[in-house]
Design a protein around this ligand. Structure first.
Ligand code: GCB
Length: 609
């Protein structure tokens, strides 16, 4: 080595060790805890949905004492007066009730803007059987939940849109049981999402609650999909809890005449890969197969579709053939009543509108929607983009925020990994370019890939560089995703509607691009000139011109304009027009279609594949 190279080498080593030292904070792939109690609907369950007693507690008095220290006898103790002189300053049973599932904001006028702590209580009867395990399963609670069974804390959960289960076998008692939750939807700067979003922060137990009973030894989770590499193989694994060495699980797919015995290893997991030639799931043929898993007397039945999804240059290939993703973005907000979606009927209305629009794909924005939404989309032949709420400016430098996002990603994938309809995992929406963000998101992409090789990774980007009058897609995150999502609001947030048709796009990446958002607002029924904002005519002009622009983009592989239906947002204050609604829907929240719906429909009907 030459003498003058030494300082350079030392400098390089110091720099490298600095980065290596920084690495562990974000770098782990956390697969060990990525299992979910799978397929609740097909298990022995008791629903805990219905009216629950509640207490609104903005000061968290039921949890902290006046020194802001956690109380031993918080509201989770459900204390009752025993003597007339007793001082107990709460009583679930005389307080108001709220429906579960449901957001609280739309159930009582005084809760419309409420963000903070709400206590929930329900009681249920339980009959203990020998040799069983019991779980509480929550479809979603926004945002943070602490859960108590008969006064004992059984767990907590952070993240408003993913499901989770808690084992409660030891905490349940014969007869009447008391379940109490502290639910807090205060927005947090270090949360996922963070403080500012463009959707309503609906609080509450927003999806169903079940008590699930299984045999002591039980099938907890499974992953069964067509192999992404060996395309004539069905590959996956089964995870059994409380298994013993030598256990076997029967896997049957009657329509394919398949009966397989899967050996379960010491870690409870049994992997498999076998040859099969199923008919492929696709929007034109949303075929699923009955799959039966048997563990002694425990029988779990699912309906699973098989397909491949991959990219080739700028094309997305479904089952080996190029497909254009004709889509629409959807928030999980209920038509007519607004508020969170709580029934399968509401899900079907939304998805039926997407079908009517001519869609073969839906972007479920900006957080994981309910399992019902995904399963119904699958039945209706709609491919799904599923997303975690890493939105705008979460704290990319904060290791806890990363862990939180990583956990939500794992929970999203864990729940829906058997749904062929899900073709895209989205790790972020409109995040600002920067080193910390790139590290954060590239690691989320790696996490998703390590758990699931049968889907594509995407993110919606909103930053492009203008070069010679052309919008250049050059966000460094493009390197880490399979499909690039582009959000662009020509004619609304920038440029006149008529300027959009001449807007040109280029990309640094030889990858498919989906226009994951474009559009503009209109108050349904408001008519006027094409240049008059908020009229249906203005919105239509935005759509017409954007569609012309899209037709010139060679690498375009799909679109999902913003958005199917008007939705509530705390950011939209203009009285008479917005009144707390983002008006970019193609359909009003009362279910009336705007002119732009038909413009988009015509465009989709003109696309052949
Ligand atoms: C966006 C966001 C979406 C907003 C939309 C809007 O780019 O991704 O969440 O609602 O724009 O209407 O401004």
């Amino acid at each position: 080595m030459k003498k003058n190279q030494l300082p350079f080498l030392v400098f390089t080593l110091i720099t490298l060790s600095f980065f290596i030292a920084l690495e562990p904070a974000l770098a782990q792939l956390d697969n060990e805890f990525s299992f979910q109690l799978q397929n609740i609907e097909r298990r022995e369950t008791q629903t805990l949905d219905g009216l629950w007693s509640t207490i609104v507690d903005p000061l968290e008095n039921g949890f902290y004492n006046h020194r802001w220290l956690p109380k031993d006898d918080g509201y989770f103790q459900n204390k009752k007066m025993k003597h007339p002189s007793d001082l107990i300053e709460y009583d679930f049973d005389t307080d108001e009730q709220l429906m579960v599932p449901g957001d609280w904001n739309t159930q009582a006028e005084k809760l419309y803007y409420y963000e903070g702590t709400m206590w929930y209580k329900t009681e249920f009867d339980f009959n203990q059987q020998d040799n069983q395990e019991h779980y509480l399963h929550f479809g979603a609670i926004n945002y943070e939940a602490k859960i108590y069974v008969n006064g004992t804390k059984v767990g907590e959960h952070v993240g408003g849109y993913t499901s989770f289960s808690l084992k409660v076998t030891d905490e349940l008692i014969q007869g009447t049981n008391v379940l109490i939750l502290k639910v807090d939807n205060k927005r947090r700067r270090d949360g996922v999402p963070t403080i500012n979003t463009d959707w309503w922060n609906y609080g509450g137990i927003t999806r169903s609650v079940h008590l699930v009973s299984t045999p002591k030894k039980h099938i907890y989770d499974y992953f069964i999909q067509l192999d992404a590499e060996k395309k004539d193989h069905i590959t996956g694994w089964i995870f059994v809890k409380n298994s013993t060495k030598g256990d076997q699980i029967n896997l049957e797919i009657p329509e394919l005449d398949l009966v397989k015995k899967i050996d379960i290893g010491e870690d409870g997991k049994g992997s498999f890969s076998f040859k099969a030639k199923p008919e492929k799931w696709s929007p034109n043929n949303p075929k699923t197969y009955q799959v039966i898993l048997k563990n002694g007397s425990e029988i779990i039945e699912d309906h699973i579709g098989f397909r491949t999804i991959e990219t080739k240059g700028s094309k997305i290939l479904l089952n080996g053939e190029a497909i254009f993703l004709k889509g629409i973005s959807i928030h999980e907000e209920a038509p007519f009543k607004t508020g969170r979606v709580t029934s399968v009927e509401e899900v079907r209305i939304l998805l039926q509108w997407a079908k009517e629009l001519g869609c073969n794909y839906v972007r479920l924005a900006h957080y994981p929607h309910s399992e019902t939404m995904v399963r119904e989309a699958e039945k209706m032949g709609l491919m799904v983009w599923s997303e975690i709420p890493v939105y705008w400016t979460v704290l990319y430098e904060n290791p806890d925020t990363y862990q939180n996002a990583n956990n939500q990603l794992r929970e999203m994938i864990a729940r829906d990994k058997n749904r062929a309809a899900v073709v895209l995992w989205s790790i972020a929406n409109e995040t600002p370019i920067g080193d910390a963000r790139l590290k954060f998101l590239s690691q989320l992409a790696a996490q998703a890939r390590s758990m699931d090789q049968t889907r594509l990774i995407t993110a919606a980007l909103d930053t492009q560089t203008k070069r010679d009058g052309v919008n250049l897609i050059d966000d460094p995150l493009g390197e880490y995703v399979d499909v690039i999502g582009v959000n662009s609001y020509c004619g609304w947030y920038g440029g006149t509607p008529s300027s959009c048709k001449n807007l040109r796009w280029d990309s640094e990446y030889d990858k498919p691009v989906i226009f994951s958002e474009f559009g503009g607002g209109a108050l349904q029924g408001l008519h006027g000139e094409e240049n008059e904002r908020w009229t249906e005519e203005y919105q239509s002009t935005v759509y017409r011109n954007n569609i012309e622009m899209l037709k010139n983009i060679e690498f375009l592989a799909g679109t999902s304009p913003w958005i199917l239906m008007d939705f509530r947002s705390h950011r939209r204050h203009l009285r008479r027009i917005q009144s707390d609604f983002n008006r970019k829907g193609l359909i009003s929240e009362q279910g009336v279609k705007k002119e732009s719906f038909y413009i988009m429909q015509e465009y989709y009907n003109s696309i052949e594949y």
